[in-house]
Design a protein around this ligand. Structure first.
Ligand code: SF4
Length: 380
């Protein structure tokens, strides 16, 4: 395609976006062409971002809990997992989990993000117990826990249905599910990365079931490794299709691959330009998902700030105790203060809005920051 043809093709896509029409697989692949100016793709994504979310820059006050890094699987992109007898392996005790809940409460967290390894020797009841323990002791904290990969493992362990597992976890106190484990759905890529863990059908079916019983979930895509533009757009379209049917995804999070300490350490991590293009293309393709998140831990603070003009409207949270991407070489701080995170949103020209996990606005007591309440009206 020459420059004139490229301009004409881009105008076609711009007309579609301006008319709020859905983009196709071919449109998405075209937008990934490095010869299509990133700035132009970003401007288009920003149009959709502002149409859907105005000038908001959402964040939350949250903490992470990775109860164990011991895992039966060996995903090639993972720097976090450990073998049972490896000195790096750990499994948290109930006391440590309670201490983490107390620390979260003392810091005014509204959310705990809980994911980890699939421990060979820990039964489903241990994973359920952790949710129950936290919920009983800290009922005000929203527990966003266990990816579809873990739910798939619980199904295997219990020999029960997905629906049974999800309902059982919800009765223990689970509030919603994170979006991890999606990686890249296309089998040409997935089979190279993680051929044994939950396959694409299982991942989508678990999220479908969660949505059907009223659990909101997030969704992700791990990019910048062995996949190409076609695989990425195919992935986004599979998410878009499920969202058309259920409406249960609340935010999409493109996750930049970090190669250090993984079996793919010979690869280079994606450039900031690739990060911004992926953010923008995701915003344009996922017309039925309200929010797009620039996860600052993975992107780095500056790229995450820039992403707020390339389709993203959320920057994630203050984040305490993140291990998974720091093990893979992320050089971002381990935690940001509330003032830091607000400041970086303001610097990016957006209005900082604290949200809870399901995008309600959070109101803080001006005299005691750790005390908070949820505004009745959803932020979206
Ligand atoms: S990505 Fe998850 S399932 Fe895969 S090896 Fe790492 S901890 Fe285990």
């Amino acid at each position: 395609m020459n420059a004139t043809e490229r301009s004409a093709r881009f105008r076609e896509i711009r007309d579609k976006v301006e008319a709020d029409q859905r983009l196709s697989l071919d449109d998405g692949i075209f937008l990934y062409d490095p010869q299509v100016p990133l700035q132009a793709v970003g401007e288009l994504a920003n149009l959709v971002r502002e149409r859907k979310n105005g000038n908001a820059g959402y964040f939350n006050i949250n903490t992470h809990l990775n109860p164990t890094n011991v895992c039966v699987y060996r995903c090639r992109f993972c720097a976090f997992r450990s073998d049972l007898r490896d000195p790096k392996g750990y499994t948290m005790s109930d006391e440590q989990v309670i201490a983490r809940g107390q620390e979260a409460t003392d810091n005014g967290c509204t959310e705990m993000h809980i994911v980890g390894g699939l421990h060979h020797q820990k039964p489903y009841q241990w994973y359920r117990h952790l949710i129950e323990l936290l919920h009983e002791n800290f009922p005000q904290i929203h527990l966003k826990g266990w990816t579809a990969v873990e739910i798939n493992w619980f199904e295997f362990q219990t020999k029960k249905s997905v629906r049974w597992v999800l309902e059982d976890l919800r009765s223990a106190g689970l509030g919603s599910m994170p979006g991890g484990g999606a990686e890249i759905f296309h089998p040409e890529v997935r089979d190279q990365l993680c051929e044994h863990k939950a396959n694409t059908h299982a991942w989508l079916d678990i999220h479908r079931n969660a949505h059907e019983i009223g659990l909101r979930t997030n969704c992700t895509m791990l990019y910048g490794h062995v996949e190409n533009a076609y695989h990425r757009i195919d992935h986004l379209l599979r998410l878009r299709e499920l969202q058309d049917q259920t409406g249960g995804f609340q935010v999409f999070i493109p996750l930049a691959f970090h190669p250090e300490n993984t079996k793919l350490s010979d690869l280079k991590k994606p450039s900031a330009l690739m990060d911004l293009r992926t953010m923008a293309v995701s915003r344009l393709m996922l017309d039925n998902i309200q929010h797009i998140k620039a996860y600052w831990i993975m992107l780095g603070i500056e790229t995450a700030q820039a992403a707020l003009a390339y389709g993203a409207d959320d920057i994630d949270g203050t984040v305490r105790h993140e291990l998974i991407y720091h093990d893979a070489g992320a050089t971002t701080p381990e935690c940001l203060s509330v003032d830091d995170i607000k400041q970086l949103i303001v610097e990016a020209g957006r209005d900082p809005i604290e949200r809870d996990t399901v995008y309600n606005r959070v109101r803080r007591d001006p005299n005691d920051y750790t005390q908070w309440s949820i505004e009745e009206m959803a932020a979206v």
